[in-house]
Design a protein around this ligand. Structure first.
Ligand code: GTP
Ligand code: MG
Length: 195
């Protein structure tokens, strides 16, 4: 996909702050530090439009990006970071739940998991929640550069088993540092938004 423009529309905490409904959007969910913001930067060919960090908990709001004035991609705050208060966890849950529930333009929530590790209980809950909302359940297995290509399938099988993914084609290995499978992810997004 040729990126002609990419801009951060807004960082929102509440539904009244979301951009107007209309253009279809795809959101990225996953635990803190899994690589959601890095994936977005890689997809749009920018080093740091989405803020990233080695410290988990960087993204705290729902960040809406608009690409080529026609697609929106949404960076969600991560979960599962241990050093977070109960109040912040509750705030996170309310924010995400409201977004999933009210947002008509949201066509898919793509779950990110680290290719190296078996998904945890929070990932499983998130995946089940995504599926129960009626989304397809597409998964991106991040940091694929950290293991050899020959081992990808073994790790994809572990992820599929843990989360209960029927179709392994739905699990896409990705490396934000090497842009591996960038075209494949764009194809998937374009199919979802029917461009
Ligand atoms: P929160 O905003 O805290 O929810 O995290 P996030 O999911 O947005 O993660 P972020 O993109 O900030 O990345 C976390 C760390 O993982 C950073 O140090 C990134 O450089 C690193 N990282 C992300 N993607 C990749 C990847 O594909 N390969 C490698 N090697 N490192 C990556
Ligand atoms: Mg982030």
């Amino acid at each position: 996909m040729k990126i002609k423009s990419a801009e951060l529309l807004i960082t929102a905490g509440r539904p009244d702050q979301y951009p107007e409904e209309g253009k279809f959007e795809v959101a990225f969910a996953g635990r803190s530090n899994v690589g959601k913001s890095s994936l977005i930067n890689s997809l749009i060919n920018r080093k740091s439009l989405a803020r990233t960090s080695g410290q988990p908990g960087k993204t705290q709001t729902i960040n809406f990006y608009e690409i080529n004035k026609e697609i929106r991609i949404v960076d969600l705050p991560g979960y599962g970071y241990a050093r977070v208060s109960k109040t912040s966890r509750e705030k996170w849950a309310k924010m995400i739940e409201a977004y999933f529930k009210v947002r008509k333009s949201l066509v898919e929530v793509i779950l990110l998991v680290d290719i190296r590790h078996e998904p945890g209980e929070h990932d499983k809950m998130m995946y089940d929640w995504i599926k129960s909302c009626g989304f397809n359940g597409i998964i991106i297995a991040t940091k694929a550069d950290k293991i050899s290509r020959g081992n990808w399938l073994k790790h994809i099988n572990i992820i599929a088993n843990k989360l209960g993914v029927e179709n392994k084609e739905f699990i896409i290995p990705y490396s934000a540092s090497k842009h591996t499978n960038r075209d494949k992810v764009w194809e998937t997004i374009n199919e979802l938004v029917e461009i």
